[in-house]
Design a protein around this ligand. Sequence first.
Ligand SMILES: CC(C)(COP(=O)(O)OP(=O)(O)OC[C@H]1O[C@@H](n2cnc3c(N)ncnc32)[C@H](O)[C@@H]1OP(=O)(O)O)[C@@H](O)C(=O)NCCC(=O)NCCS
Length: 207
Amino acid sequence: MTHLTELHTLRLRLRAWRPEDRESFATLNADPTVMEHFPEPLSHSQSDLLADRIEEHLQKEGWGLWAVEVARTQAFAGFVGLNRPAFQARFTPAVEVGWRLPRQYWGNGYATEAAEAALAYGFQSRGLAEIVSFTSTGNLRSQRVMEKLGMRRNPEDDFDHPGLPRDHRLCRHVLYRLTRSDWTAPRDREGAPAAPFSPEPREGPTP
Ligand SMILES: CC(C)(COP(=O)(O)OP(=O)(O)OC[C@H]1O[C@@H](n2cnc3c(N)ncnc32)[C@H](O)[C@@H]1OP(=O)(O)O)[C@@H](O)C(=O)NCCC(=O)NCCS
């Protein structure tokens, strides 16, 4: 059986998905503000299908897009984690770090804190040489998270998302990269919590 690694930060738990997360996830995916930088909000069944795919990957690999839980309240707060982009581009195959949080949790540094743990897991436990992140050019909030993580954008890496028509408002994407050596080097990452990652990831059976 594949063991799912859970990650713990100062304020968050990155854990396996639970059936009761589905309702909150559907609400999150139906919110037009959350989904502003995606082609459209998702219906409940589309949201469930996405959760199925995410859970399948987590169960198979033991890592992926973890469900985020606020430690203090145990509330579900979206997903953060690692994923393999399903499309082909100049930078694929690759592992990306990604996030989607309900609006009420924005602005607390949660995405950055959770992504720090995912990056540490990817570099330390999976031995990845590089982790990327990408988003549409207008998603400045997400790009700010990438910058706070110490990821760097080279405009020459900008690309058109192959899943979207060339004239689509979201087609043009920016790519941010972080290599393991840059990640281990001393960084100036203002805003990043001092010790967000529990060095001993806990392992438990997948649900
Ligand atoms: C992107 C997202 C995960 C950020 O979550 P979060 O927990 O608020 O992120 P953080 O608090 O860690 O950091 C957000 C940063 O963006 C900044 N920010 C907020 N709005 C911004 C804007 N319009 N332009 C630029 N920066 C912005 C914040 O000030 C903060 O930076 P700071 O710490 O220097 O002040 C969240 O907004 C989200 O789920 N968005 C919808 C889904 C999405 O777009 N996912 C990414 C698709 S690739």
